[in-house]
Design a protein around this ligand. Structure first.
Ligand code: SAM
Length: 245
């Protein structure tokens, strides 16, 4: 199945990789919550956009009264629904959110925004976030690499085993153009009862500059600050919706 849908069609395999690699969703959610609370201490309702399998959402649910998730990929959301049935999630596109509600915080983590193309899509996304925020609401965005800190011609490799499933993931990342990276990823997924399967996936991701992110926040009517050093070096963009929108 992943051969046709890519990794985002196979949330269980995605989870095996990041659980096996020890991605610390709990600590990341705590960091994001701290940034939200320092700007909006009463924040009660949070939306995670590009929430995937719910790795952060499950922890946000401990700290906020109401949490929801949106993602483009049903294959990711299916795992979230199975593992965290009390957390409402829905298929949706960050460029045109239509949840029918407003939130005190909207977050988009693990570089989900890197999947956007061009300034127009980044603008549409930040406007969409601002439209779904209460006044005083906080946006937290984890960017993909900036052009100047992106390492081209990079090979990454991991072999992980969680339960009965072993996954080998080898990636090769190149500069696709002045404004995008391209990562070819090979996966081998093996289970004792089913044998081994191989599939590949390609992710073209936009290399927006820091100033492009900041301009999109400002054009959407949000304040913006960049907090470097969080989350393995990519940092976080944090914005607040003022009262004049
Ligand atoms: C690297 S995964 C991150 C998932 C999750 N936030 C995490 O930390 O594990 C990127 C996610 O963004 C989602 N995505 C990509 N483009 C999107 C869009 N336009 N709107 C909503 N979600 C999108 C993908 O389906 C995928 O689940």
């Amino acid at each position: 199945m992943p051969a046709k849908t890519g990794i985002y069609g196979a949330g269980d395999i995605y989870d095996t990789i990041y659980q096996g690699r020890g991605k610390d969703y709990r600590a990341e959610a705590a960091t994001v919550t701290r940034h939200i609370r320092s700007r909006n201490p009463e924040a009660a309702a949070l939306l995670d956009v590009g929430c995937g399998t719910g790795g952060h959402l499950r922890h946000f649910a401990d700290d906020f009264d109401r949490v929801e998730g949106v993602d483009l990929a049903e294959g990711m959301l299916a795992v979230c629904r199975r593992e965290y049935p009390d957390i409402p999630v829905a298929v949706g596109d960050m460029r045109a959110l239509r949840t029918g509600r407003r939130y005190d915080a909207i977050v988009s983590l693990f570089s989900a925004v890197g999947n956007l193309t061009g300034t127009d899509e980044l603008d549409a996304t930040l406007r969409s976030f601002a439209d779904h925020l209460e006044v005083g609401g906080v946006v937290v965005v984890e960017p993909w690499w900036f052009p100047e800190n992106f390492t081209a011609d990079h090979v990454g490799a991991a072999v992980v085993t969680v339960g009965d499933r072993t996954v080998a993931r080898v990636s090769h990342t190149v500069r696709d153009s002045d404004t995008a990276s391209r990562m070819e990823v090979h996966y081998i997924v093996a289970e004792p009862a089913q044998g081994a399967e191989h599939f590949t996936d390609t992710h073209v991701m936009s290399l927006y500059g820091r100033e492009q992110y900041e301009a999109a926040f400002v054009r959407a009517g949000l304040t913006v600050e960049y907090v470097p050093g969080e989350f393995d070096g990519n940092g976080l963009f944090i914005g607040v919706k003022g009262g004049d929108l």
